[in-house]
Design a protein around this ligand. Structure first.
Ligand SMILES: [Zn+2]
Length: 258
């Protein structure tokens, strides 16, 4: 598959004569929509891997971005109404994802957005004034009409273990596609939020294919702390699983008044 991707990228860059075998090979990969973070299935090639991923290249409101020059604004603060839930964790091949359908919701004004899942990136996808953090947590929510709201939380490597992260890290499934339902372990997404709830808001997209736009991003201003060892543990599975920062294209970033 790797060779197919290489061929596809090579073809996109230089006009090579078509070879029938290579065409069918490429077709198989395009149909599968395989993507990754490095090499010829990495972010710069996502739009070439499937027609469904076209917006990754053409979209004008893509995520993540570098958060700078935010405009202080009187924004409604999200209210987090998360619940403890049994830990159900899956190794997706791109990250570790925790199912959130029994984990509560967030409210913005009178609108409610149910927690769907949360997952991790290393290093952070968003940057804050040009600086990336060691990791980033994404809490993905859906409204009743399918609206997407994602909360981003920077994770900074420090000395002490984060006990809430540790509960999850002790059950990371080693194999792709593998899911663990951990009967005894309860997790609550609220434990993964910083105590200071200041945030940035901007309109963006999913940071993975198909890069769908119309996502409301709430990126928390303050990071949570994890240990360097916890960052290293995640890195032993996924060394780099983040998309580079995207063009801002005139979008306004708002910052909450604390
Ligand atoms: Zn994400």
């Amino acid at each position: 598959m790797r060779t197919c991707s290489k061929w596809l990228a090579g073809c996109a860059l230089t006009v090579l004569p078509l070879i029938l075998a290579a065409v069918s090979c490429t077709y198989a990969e395009r149909a599968a929509g395989l993507w990754g973070y490095e090499g010829t299935i990495g972010p710069e090639y996502w739009a070439l891997l499937s027609q469904e991923y076209e917006i990754c290249r053409t979209g004008k409101a893509q995520s993540p971005i570098d958060i700078t020059k935010a405009v202080p604004s009187r924004l409604a603060h999200p209210r987090f109404v998360y619940r403890s839930m049994l830990l159900r964790i899956r190794n997706t091949g791109h990250t570790f994802q925790i199912a959130g359908d029994t984990g509560g919701f967030m409210e913005i004004g009178t609108s409610r957005y149910d927690l769907v899942e949360f997952h991790f990136h290393r290093p952070s996808g968003h940057a804050l004034h040009g600086r990336a953090y060691d990791m980033e947590l994404h809490l993905v929510h859906r409204g009743k009409d399918g609206e997407r709201v994602v909360v981003g939380v920077f994770m900074e490597g420090d000395e002490e273990d984060n006990t809430s992260i540790q509960k999850i890290w002790e059950h990371l499934p080693a194999d792709e596609g593998e899911q663990h339902l951990v009967e005894q372990i309860m997790v609550n997404a609220e434990d993964l939020l910083p105590s200071n709830r200041a945030f940035y808001y901007y309109p963006g997209s999913l940071t993975t294919p198909p890069c769908t736009q119309g996502v409301s991003w709430y990126v928390m201003t303050h990071p949570i702390r994890v240990s360097e060892e916890q960052v290293a543990r995640f890195s032993s599975f996924y060394r780099v699983n983040k998309r580079p920062v995207q063009e801002r294209n005139g979008r306004v970033i708002q910052s909450s008044l604390e």
